[in-house]
Write a protein of this length. Structure first.
Length: 188
């Protein structure tokens, strides 16, 4: 990355910042080029807690680097410092917007962002700059068949099957987001 390239900053948000959001953070970071800077935070995080073991195992099995994560609390300053905020549920999105109402056009649930970027990227003259594509995605949010399709359920305390469902949902949506953003990223 050259020094004149300003990274596209992505913030991923869940509740405790120990399961879903760091999983999405590490999957996105692994799939996106260096011009993207991905981090995460929690709406009710206990600061400094390591990542949940069940998600760590799934990332390790997939060969995704994930070392050193410690939870942190979501703040208005974090929201303001990022180009796009990606949440795990509609309730997390509401909490982000309570902190920073002006972030409405750049705050999405993960499934919503995957769907909207896909729609925006199919336009005949889709923008080449990922930031412009993210802005265009806001106009392509659409409505899912069921509102809960925009939520990725918290697996903590719900058993291995819940972790598997959450991981698969995060994995699929982050793959779609990365494909859309890298298809639009300028080649170096």
């Amino acid at each position: 990355m050259t020094s004149d390239v300003v990274p596209v900053r992505i913030l991923v948000v869940c509740t405790g910042n120990i399961g879903r959001s760091p999983t999405a953070q590490f999957l996105l970071a692994d799939r996106l080029p260096a011009q993207f800077d991905v981090s995460s935070a929690g709406t009710r995080a206990e600061v400094g807690v390591p990542m949940e073991g069940a998600m760590v195992r799934r990332l390790a099995e997939a060969g995704v680097p994930h070392a050193g994560h410690r939870s942190r609390q979501l703040t208005a300053e974090l929201v303001q410092a990022h180009d796009v905020v990606v949440t795990m549920t509609r309730e997390h999105r509401r909490e982000v917007l309570r902190l920073v109402p002006s972030a409405v056009r750049r705050t999405f649930t993960l499934p919503e962002l995957a769907r909207a970027l896909g729609a925006a990227g199919r336009r005949p003259h889709a923008p080449g700059d990922p930031r412009e594509l993210i802005a265009l995605a806001a106009a392509h949010r659409g409505t899912p068949a069921r509102a809960d399709q925009d939520d990725i359920e918290d697996p903590i305390g719900r058993g291995e099957a819940a972790y598997t469902r959450a991981y698969r949902a995060i994995d699929g949506a982050t793959a779609a987001v990365a494909r859309a953003l890298t298809a639009q990223a300028p080649h170096r």
